[in-house]
Design a protein around this ligand. Structure first.
Ligand code: ADP
Ligand code: MG
Length: 707
């Protein structure tokens, strides 16, 4: 007796050769097999009399084979030697007519589709040698009422690991009745309220839908499952997290007022609100878990420093983690500048550098810093991943700040916060966690992917920032843009050139890394030799050693170089106020929100800044999309557009979210997203988590944390 939990070894149709292939795809049980969903369907649902067939049509016919034969021929090629081909030709007859069908290099078909058999052929009709015929149609010998490969909506699966769609259909169809054993985990009232298909039915309809409507509903139900489980996971985490203990930091109004008064600028309204929300969180004896989401240059660092100041002045330790050395160093400098006079001992700790500030210890060794972090002499430690190394212990870490948090994985982010539990002689409380993100994302989406966080949004940029003049440059205007760059550099300004990164899937990552490298080197050589031979140009890319990058960046910051050619992946968040121009190559390869982020590197002070976009494709649609950069008020607006046009995967990588494909794809469906969140909240608030749901939740959490 087969069940959903049966091993696929028990499925009769699956032989040893295919077992291996299926296992390779982590398909071990019938359930796993069912969760291998098709990605699309061929509509072969229309069965048509042969006499009514037309060219270009996709159709199914049913008839008798009255002739079938294989012939050999040679296909001539331009370069390669002629290749021997086998052509199978068949003639099919129904009551009103006959139609020819051809297949290439599938000689065994002449064995399967013998003369006299009744068959279905499904596929596209073309003209070949002046006769209307099917070309490589799907075929199926008819010996029972129901069909699998023809005459219906036919599922098409991703053909990987040597498994064809036809094979998957062949093994799935006869056992699909088992989908009925799937236990429903959603409470009835939720299913009703959100008009969701039954889980088991959804699995079955997702594979062999009765029609497109059913297929759509099945998909909606399965997407809902994933979004719902994501929501439930994060909401549950949030609830759990709220049970942990933290040190409450009382709000010291005098301290904060003095700090704000000393700033060389006025805080924006959004900065004030964010700071206020943080201080309220810090006053509680439960850990804060807040994300500040704000455009590049919106001034998140200063808000973070305010929280750090309050915490340190309460006698506690603070850690600030940044994704790169350059950024960590910049924060170290910023911290030194703004926290001067408060008697705070700040340290910088990265892979290659270790420095402290205060008491004239300009340079200190790493072991010394680690010791001082452990004994509490250092109040604020700023650094990179070095902060989550196993050998670093904090005395009383009470606030952890993670800058550019999307550059870290879930686990790394949590590590900084969990760190504390591993210290034998340290605090036993959980630090407050403040994450900073310069990736504006629409609120609904944020609630989903950051469902366990409280969110403060900084939309408003500091006053006095000039709008960056952005232009899409036509290919024949390129020289003008270069002339403009020369002119700016003559005025002692600097320029960035950003080279495209080819969108990469996991597998291609390594190879594309090479492509990316090539494009930046090529651009660098071109600019140096042909375009700006008399200017100082440097180059930055992800393959360089941290030390090297640091040096290049430092030189650029000190104006030792005029132009920095860089790939897109390096060094977000670095502040070079003197850079006024940015050229972006292959702008059409990037998401709007991402372009907006690059652009945020310039226009950081009073100087007028310029951004020139070069697109590789001149399609109208591309231009239309890029034009949004000229009109949008802020990054959030662009993120909304990106989400609508390209889906969520494009403006922030899938990896960072750790969501499975289906959930990822359905993030674009705002309505479904809202529904799933409401449902999850309802289930949690009313204690409706049943054992079946718990089971899915557990396995789902494993997927999410598999980063
Ligand atoms: P981001 O949000 O991208 O991390 P930063 O914190 O690096 O932005 O701030 C960018 C620049 O703006 C810094 O030089 C910072 O000192 C400055 N800044 C921050 N807040 C304000 C403000 N309210 N008014 C003017 N300048 C500000
Ligand atoms: Mg920043």
């Amino acid at each position: 007796m087969l069940t959903l939990d049966s091993k696929i070894e028990q499925v009769k149709r699956i032989g040893p050769k295919y077992l291996k292939k299926l296992h390779h795809l982590k398909i071990d049980t019938v359930r796993d097999l069912f969760f291998h969903f098709p990605h699309r369907y061929d509509d072969f649902s229309q069965t048509i009399p042969i006499s009514q067939l037309k060219e270009g049509q996709t159709a199914t016919v049913r008839g008798e084979i009255i002739e079938i034969k294989n012939t050999r021929f040679f296909r001539r090629r331009m370069v390669y030697p002629a290749r021997r081909m086998i052509l199978t030709e068949a003639l099919i007859k129904d009551q009103g007519g006959t139609i020819k069908s051809v297949w290439f290099n599938q000689p065994y078909l002449a064995e399967t589709l013998k003369k006299g058999k009744i068959v279905n052929l499904s596929g596209k009709l073309i003209f070949r040698k002046k006769t209307l015929c099917f070309s490589n149609p799907a075929h199926e010998v008819i010996n029972k009422a129901e069909t699998t490969h023809t005459g219906r909506f036919v599922p098409v699966y991703h053909e990987t690991a040597g498994l064809t769609s036809r094979y998957i259909r062949y093994i799935v169809k006869p056992i699909l009745y088992l989908a009925g054993q799937t236990k429903e985990f959603l409470p009835d009232r939720i299913k009703k309220e959100f008009q969701l298909m039954d889980f088991g039915q959804a699995i079955s309809q997702a594979h062999f839908p009765a029609n497109l409507i059913q297929a759509g509903q099945a998909r909606a139900r399965l997407s809902f499952n994933e979004l719902f489980l994501t929501q439930l996971t994060t909401l549950k985490q949030k609830k759990e997290f709220a049970k942990e203990k933290s040190i409450a930091i009382p709000f010291d109004q005098k301290l904060i007022k003095s700090f704000v008064a000393r700033l060389p600028f006025k805080l924006t309204k959004d900065q004030k609100i964010a700071a206020w929300e943080i201080f309220q969180d810090l006053e509680k004896p439960q850990p804060m878990n807040r994300l500040i989401d704000g455009d590049v240059g919106s001034g998140k660092t200063i808000v973070g420093l305010m929280a750090a100041l309050a915490t340190v002045k309460n006698g506690e330790q603070v850690a600030l983690m940044a994704p790169t050395e350059i950024l960590a160093k910049q924060h170290f400098e910023t911290g030194k500048k703004f926290l001067k006079g408060y008697g705070i001992k700040i340290a910088l700790l990265t892979g290659s550098t270790a420095k402290t500030f205060l008491k004239k210890e300009a340079k200190t060794t790493k072991p010394k810093i680690k010791k001082d972090v452990r004994n509490g002499k250092i109040n604020l430690v700023i650094g990179t991943h070095a902060l989550i190394q196993k050998d670093l212990f904090f005395k009383n870490l009470t606030l952890a700040i993670v800058d550019e948090q999307h550059r870290f994985g879930v686990i790394q982010r949590a590590a900084l916060q969990r760190r504390i539990h591993q210290i034998p002689d340290g605090l036993k409380t959980t630090p407050h966690l403040l994450s900073l993100s310069a990736t504006p994302i629409p609120r609904t989406l944020a609630l989903t992917v950051y469902g366990d966080l409280d969110i403060s949004i900084i939309k408003e940029l500091p006053k006095g920032r000039k709008k960056i003049i952005t232009q899409i440059v036509a290919p024949n205007q390129r020289q003008k843009a270069y002339d403009f760059v020369s002119q700016q550099i003559r005025q002692k300004k600097q320029a960035f050139v950003i080279c495209p990164l080819i969108e990469e899937s996991e597998k291609l990552a390594a190879r594309n890394g090479a492509i990316e490298l090539r494009s930046v080197i090529k651009e660098y050589e071109k600019l140096k030799q042909d375009i700006f031979p008399d200017l100082k140009i440097s180059m930055l890319h992800g393959k360089m050693k941290p030390k090297e990058k640091e040096k290049i960046m430092a030189e650029f910051k000190k104006r030792k170089t005029d132009i920095l050619v860089s790939t897109s992946v390096v060094e977000v968040g670095v502040d070079i106020p003197n850079a006024t121009v940015m050229l972006i190559e292959g702008a059409d390869r990037f998401g709007l929100a991402q372009l907006h982020q690059f652009r945020g590197r310039i226009g950081r002070d009073k100087n007028q800044a310029y951004c020139f976009l070069f697109a590789e494709s001149s399609a109208g649609k591309t231009n239309q999309r890029l034009k949004a950069l000229l009109t949008a008020k802020n990054g959030f607006e662009l993120a909304e557009r990106d989400l609508a046009i390209r889906g969520p995967g494009d403006f922030i990588g899938q990896r960072q979210w750790g969501l499975p494909d289906l959930a990822m794809a359905s993030l674009k469906d705002i309505e479904l997203l809202k529904k799933s969140r409401r449902a999850a909240r309802f289930v949690l608030d009313n204690n409706l988590i049943n054992p079946e749901m718990e089971k899915y939740l557990t396995s789902f959490q494993k997927i999410i944390h598999l980063e």
